[in-house]
Design a protein around this ligand. Structure first.
Ligand code: NI
Length: 265
């Protein structure tokens, strides 16, 4: 078997594993994916991490290069203090991957001490930086402290390394044409959309329109107590062609900034 054929088989198994992990704490995504009544093609899968040596986005990207992914764009989120990159696969049938990381040095000592403490338990296996979940004990007061400084940090503290969202490619749907039609179907089925900055983020002029559900809430055990915490959300994207006729493949930071808020309490 040739090397490339082996990679193709591996990547399908890898992506399926990511989906199964994701729907285990995002049950609404599985329900919505079935409502389309057709095979859903993903536009991208997104992850969150910290900019530490052990787990940063470049380490994740190195691992993904073995599946044929390469870095094709970078982004900066000034207010949330995040930097990000997006990766595309040699075979465009596979979803893009969006990797973001928290710039830890821009936060207080308290936040950095908590993150440093949990980083002792981070796995050395690079695959675990995408799907390994949480390998540390959690404490409700620390969660609250992190949430005050960065919702992103508090989310990572609870959920660990796992897909943050999958994104349906509306361009590939045959039963729906417009993102607004997808949004209406989802609302009619009783799901809540993120309306921060309007239900549709981005515009035709920006070549990318996106919307997302609000994250599911899942009961999390803190030892002495249990609390419902936002887990993950499902996203929908419609892309428009550039001057050369090809669909734009990048991301719009201003839109993604609002989409990050889908895991707000
Ligand atoms: Ni996204």
């Amino acid at each position: 078997m040739g090397e490339s054929k082996k990679n193709i088989m591996n990547i399908e198994k890898f992506l399926q594993g990511l989906w199964e992990n994701y729907i285990s704490y995002t049950p609404s995504a599985e329900k919505i994916s079935k409502l389309f009544g057709e095979r859903v093609i993903n536009d991208h899968i997104a992850f969150r991490t910290f900019n530490l040596n052990k787990c940063n986005i470049h380490k994740q990207a190195d691992f993904l290069s073995s599946y044929g992914y390469k870095v094709c764009g970078d982004y900066f989120f000034e207010q949330k203090r995040l930097q990000a990159i997006h990766l595309e696969n040699n075979d465009p049938v596979h979803p893009k991957i969006f990797l973001s990381e928290l710039i830890c040095e821009d936060f207080t000592d308290e936040l950095r001490i908590i993150i440093n403490d949990i980083s002792d338990s981070f796995s050395d296996n690079p695959e675990d930086l995408l799907i390994g979940g949480r390998t540390w004990d959690i404490d409700y007061d620390k969660y609250e402290l992190l949430a005050k400084e960065s919702e992103y940090a508090s989310w990572l503290y609870i959920w660990g390394f796992c897909p943050n969202h999958f994104t349906v490619s509306v361009n590939h749907l045959t039963n729906f044409n417009e993102l607004s039609d997808v949004n209406n179907m989802i609302k009619n089925e009783g799901f809540l959309l993120n309306s921060s900055g309007g239900e549709i983020k981005g515009s035709i002029a920006e070549l990318l329109e996106q919307s997302s559900t609000m994250a599911d809430k899942v009961k999390v055990d803190f030892g002495s107590s249990a609390t419902e915490i936002p887990s993950c959300y499902y996203e929908f994207a419609k892309r428009y062609p550039e001057a050369n006729g090809n669909l734009y493949q990048g991301f719009v930071a201003k839109s993604a900034d609002k989409i990050f808020e889908s895991t707000n309490k």
